[in-house]
Design a protein around this ligand. Sequence first.
Ligand code: MRU
Length: 368
Amino acid sequence: MNVRLGRRTRHYRTVTFEAHKNQVLLIEQRILPHHFQIVATRTYRETARAIADMVVRGAGAIGATAAFGFAQGARAFRGNDLAGFARHLEGVYRELKNARPTAVDPINAMNQVWDCLRAGGGVREQQALAVAGAEAFANEDVAHCNAIGQHGAPLIKEGMKVLTHCNAGWLAFVDIGSATAPLYEAQSQGRTFHVFCDETRPRSQGATLTAWELAQQKISHHVIADNAAGHLMQRGEVDLVIVGSDRTLGRTGEVANKIGTYTKAVLAKRHGIPFYVAIPFSTIDWNLSCGFDIPIEERHENEVLGAWGVTAKGHREYVRTANSTSPARNPGFDVTPPELITGIITPVGIFKPKELWRNRPRLGWKVV
Ligand code: MRU
């Protein structure tokens, strides 16, 4: 995406790899929209920590970060012992996979890199192939988001009001985004429309990240409190909902996404508003057959009990808002059942959730 910094505009990817230093470069998302900064992780352990601490977040972005972290870890191995190298890779894989449990993209990304490096004869060759595999995953992520834009753009009609939840934008992927891709494509085709960004408590990715992206793109928008969506729908102020996903079950069409997505889907159904989910292939889990089996991340209670913001002097600070003696629950994701979803926008077209399994050969499913 193009980012305006002062008077300059520059194109950035959310995640890149600097091969000569064996480091992953990430946009520090925790300080956006107040400061724009690129940070480097120098070891795979630092990369896993950046995922866990949400320096980088969003399904596709943590997928690409895990892919590069896996390559980074592979390249840190010294020696020629292939069996020792395989054991080392298992440790790297485990640490990156455990950094965040709900999104399936890191697992799919690292499996793809691992498949790629197996073609190499020795350790050196496999290390080189790991980087090539991670770069291929990142490029595929961009191509998929671009294709989602092409297939989803016809849904965005002139003058529409579109609701989105959390951030399934450029920052949640390597570039472009999933839920935002149809918006950006419709804009480039000359249509004007308005976007409501759910604030998305507790971490406020809608208010901080999606709103910032839309402002950069000059797309008309309002940030709304999470609880305002029902009211706006009831008054006919929302025509369409588009969200992303962290894990979509290919067998059932169930969609895990940021906490609050399910509520919006129920409201959309109540008001007869189309509800779409946009996903690249890397977000599809072809193995699980029940949404209740998706691991739902429970994050620290402080995220619910307070909020981060920037003071008038530009310092990032946490303030406690809740009663000082009360504990909190903080599930990060929920699961929306297929009957509430109008369509799933993929890189090869729009499907009913229950059609994913039948169309699996077109949707990146591999025989294992
Ligand atoms: O906790 P996050 O910020 O990593 O959550 C991911 C999200 O932003 C959303 O769930 C998003 O809609 C899916 S990511 C493409």
